[in-house]
Ligand binder design. Sequence first.
Ligand code: AP5
Length: 262
Amino acid sequence: MGNRFFPTADGVGLVPKPDRTAWLKGGEAQCLRPPRQPLGRAWHLILLGPPGVGKGTQAALLSERLACCHLSTGDLFRTAKCLAEQDQSPAIRSALGYMTRGELVPDETVLGLVGERRRCLRCSGGFLLDGFPRTVAQARALDELLKKDEVRLTAVLNYELPVEKIVARLAGRRLCSQCKTVFHVETRPTRVAGVCDHCGGKLVQREDDRAASVVEARMQAYEQSTRPLVEYYQKRRLLIPIDAGGTPEEIYRRTRLLALGR
Ligand code: AP5
């Protein structure tokens, strides 16, 4: 079964996990398993919050249960990093340099990549944007894209946690080198140390989680460039602050209650 299926919300059956081929690969790439049609509305959500607060973890839970695709710009760059160097475009190569240093990739590059994947924003299953937008310029550009496609944002979920807890989450994070599932050495350990529970892949530490100076640069980039989005979305009455303390399941339940009305 690998990790291609999710249990249904009642735990009885299995549903196909939306794959993100169109988003991760871009160009003409098609998703192998298009999302199942949502029973009610399709959700169009942005996940906001500092690096390491747990956006990706919540996005995985929300995507599983709401059937919408997890569109992460960080995952998009990390996928490109695995390509042979001759297959990486100059824009991607330059983006990876910014990432390694913990700096934001320039807006022009990010917007170029998102623009190429615009069809994912129109996907009938809806979306969960994680790591995008990250600057006011990116948020304005997203507004334009959505307006043209007549897609309305449902809400912007702003996850909040004291910085010392965030740093502990980042320091213990481990990633499967194959299926990219996220673990944590203390709070979400694997059954066998260093080996992914889902596919048996080797666990690795993200390059930008290793050096304290890079983590600090990412936090600074958040404060300078991304925090202004809190006010941006507050003014548009879309922002929902969510306490990111507790277990992933507790935070998920809080998110459902505060933002999704159930
Ligand atoms: P990106 O990949 O977006 O990283 P990030 O924002 O730094 O966020 P993280 O992935 O580090 O954290 P997260 O909040 O998803 O936490 P997670 O769920 O993994 O971006 C990386 C880089 O790409 C950027 O620095 C930039 O260079 C570039 N980039 C990307 N998008 C860009 C854009 N739009 N513009 C410009 N540049 C861009 O959780 C962390 C750990 O905590 C895990 O180990 C997890 O298991 C654990 N954990 C999670 N929840 C809990 C919990 N409730 N309790 C205990 N442990 C928990």
